[in-house]
Ligand binder design. Structure first.
Ligand SMILES: [Zn+2]
Length: 347
């Protein structure tokens, strides 16, 4: 079968190659891949900056945002032929740690977890994959082909769950949300904020399809500086990972505000804010700055609900480009009007 692979650690080693059929050891459910979304992590892996092949293998099949159709599933697995599904990315560490032992592998304490398409396990960017039924999530038939948004949505479902948990430390009634960044993560975060009845603001660099999508769910779209915003948000979802913007955004929080960092920085030592000022403000304002990554089964289920409730035409705006597997280079090359690009295995 054909698969998009890379030799981890080696730049420009990405290639569509013939790989063996997925082994039964990957799981009892055989899935035909319909689509795989690409994101910044895939770009990093293809650049040789991230990613690990399975032990004893040279190449890693990438792809962690999946949508597929079940070809074979054992009786009693909860799945049957023709079901629309998405695969969970992370697997618990072998120890397991406190979190993994409780099914909260997204919170793994020892870092020995593995991840499909990223860390020591083959991903989903292959014509077929096998998976354990316990790591497979049903996708509403009506969501096809937008069910490919399930994995990114699971991350926002987790972020919102944690924001709500942190909010419960004291009496709390959030009203305004600021989302920085208008890529798929930012826009799905804004969607979930709107679903919670909050006043949503999205701040990003430019006008365009991203701004139109934000406005279409009733969000106010801003392109200026965070510090110039005429309000102090109760919640911030920081989805850019730009260090200077993270600092500025944290400083804009309302008292008792919660800032969730959902974008990963490429690393930079340049700060344009005095950390002392931020520290003082955070203490005197009882503010919280926290990071969120990955998702467990509970979050995938919450994501499935959020996507099922969303307007299909709006979700369709997020998938701005579909490319064939052969055209994977075009898929991973960003264009200004891209929100989410998908490798479509049915083309
Ligand atoms: Zn763990």
């Amino acid at each position: 079968m054909r698969a998009l692979t890379v030799i981890p650690g080696r730049a420009d080693s990405g290639a569509v190659v013939e790989m063996p059929e997925p082994p039964e050891t990957d799981g009892s459910v055989l899935v035909r891949t319909l689509a795989v979304g690409v994101c910044g992590t895939d770009t990093e892996i293809l650049a040789g900056d991230y990613g690990w092949a399975p032990e004893g293998e040279e190449r890693l099949i990438i792809g962690h945002e999946s949508l597929g159709e079940v070809l074979e599933a054992p009786v009693g697995s909860g799945f049957s032929r023709g079901d629309l599904v998405a695969g969970v990315v992370r697997r618990p560490d072998p120890v397991p740690c406190l979190a993994c032992g409780a099914g909260e592998w997204d919170m793994c304490r020892n870092g020995r977890y593995t991840e499909r398409g990223i860390k020591q396990r083959h991903g989903f960017a292959a014509e077929r994959f096998r998976i354990e039924p316990g790591f497979l999530v049903p996708v509403d038939r009506g969501l096809e082909p937008l069910g490919v948004l399930m994995e990114p949505a699971s991350i926002l479902a987790k972020a919102w769950e944690h924001i709500a948990h942190i909010g419960l430390r004291a009496r709390w009634a959030p009203r305004t949300v600021l989302v920085t960044g208008a890529g798929p993560i930012g826009l799905l975060g804004a969607l979930m904020a709107a679903q919670r009845g909050l006043e949503v603001h999205v701040l990003a660099r430019r006008e365009g399809v991203q701004a139109e999508a934000a406005r279409a769910i009733g969000a106010t779209y801003h392109t200026g500086r965070v510090a110039d915003l005429p309000f102090h948000p109760d919640v911030v979802l920081e989805c850019t990972g730009v260090p200077a913007l993270v600092m500025e955004t944290a400083q804009q929080l309302a008292p008792a505000g919660i800032c969730c960092l959902a974008g990963v920085s490429a690393g930079s030592k340049r700060l344009c804010t005095d950390p002392g000022t931020l520290e003082r403000q955070m203490v005197l304002g009882n503010e919280v700055l926290f990071g969120a990554v990955n998702a467990n089964l509970r979050h995938y289920r919450a994501a499935a609900e959020a996507l099922a409730k969303a307007d299909r035409a709006w979700l369709a705006r997020l998938v701005t480009r579909r490319e064939r597997l052969d055209e994977w280079r075009a898929a991973v090359t960003r264009r200004p009007d891209d929100i989410k690009t998908v490798i479509d295995f049915t083309l």
